[in-house]
Design a protein around this ligand. Structure first.
Ligand SMILES: NC(=O)c1ccc[n+]([C@@H]2O[C@H](COP(=O)([O-])OP(=O)(O)OC[C@H]3O[C@@H](n4cnc5c(N)ncnc54)[C@H](OP(=O)(O)O)[C@@H]3O)[C@@H](O)[C@H]2O)c1
Length: 191
């Protein structure tokens, strides 16, 4: 079903803080850029300092007023995760976009996706228990033409079958936003 919803429909995000993991590439980069475009402060949580800083520069070249900051985070390294959490410099977190990809083999990839859904489910439960109005949601972008299929091309063709027509990262992210009903983006006044 097409709703006609576009990234430009994202409401004002001024005063809000978003953390986007895997923000230097693909759907993470598009998400970070579009949130920054709407005024959010965006923390680019990336494992490569070079790629993270290049992504920040790329966004600010397009959006000179953007509030984007690179912060190192390798989700395959627990000490890096602890360092990220303990050095978090802001007094609020409005949006946590988990767009990372940690494993290369498809079996582990599938398990990591299941873990992603279980994590989001558990987070939603804990937020509700804590009386928070923060929304935890998970969504699938369809098949988007990002670095993900490029890096795994060999395995995908060995698995057989035609490759589905891919959509750009921007359209993939739009699918995710639509799937979430945009509920998690709707208000800039909530804590
Ligand atoms: N593209 C699709 O069709 C599709 C379909 C379904 C689901 N998804 C999901 O969408 C999410 C984003 O995928 P994508 O297509 O945008 O892929 P992508 O272009 O390859 O981007 C993946 C990002 O994750 C980062 N990353 C990988 N391992 C990390 C780690 N250990 N710690 C921190 N960051 C890490 C990568 O950083 P580096 O540059 O340092 O590697 C990169 O920025 C993934 O969860 C993927 O499974 C994508």
């Amino acid at each position: 079903m097409t709703t006609g919803w576009k990234a430009s429909d994202i409401p004002d995000q001024s005063g809000r803080t978003a953390v986007v993991t895997g923000a230097n590439s693909g759907t993470g980069l598009v998400t970070a850029r579009e949130l920054a475009r709407r005024g959010a402060r965006v923390v680019l949580a990336c494992r490569s300092e070079q790629r993270g800083k290049e992504a920040a520069a790329r966004i600010t070249r397009e959006l000179p007023e953007a509030l984007v900051v690179f912060t190192p985070l390798d989700l395959a390294d627990l000490s890096s995760i602890r360092d990220f959490a303990s050095s978090y410099a802001y007094d609020r977190l409005d949006l946590l976009i988990n767009s990372e990809r940690g494993y290369r083999r498809w079996i582990a990839y599938g398990r990591s996706k299941t873990a992603h859904l279980l994590f989001t489910h558990e987070l939603a439960g804990r937020l509700a228990t804590a009386g928070s109005d923060v929304i935890a949601a998970a969504a699938h972008p369809g098949y988007a033409g990002t670095n993900l299929p490029t890096r795994s091309r060999g395995r995908s063709s060995r698995a057989g079958g035609a490759r589905p027509r891919s959509r750009g990262a921007r359209r993939g992210r739009q699918t995710m936003w639509r799937a979430n009903g945009c509920g998690w983006l709707r208000s800039s006044s909530r804590a």
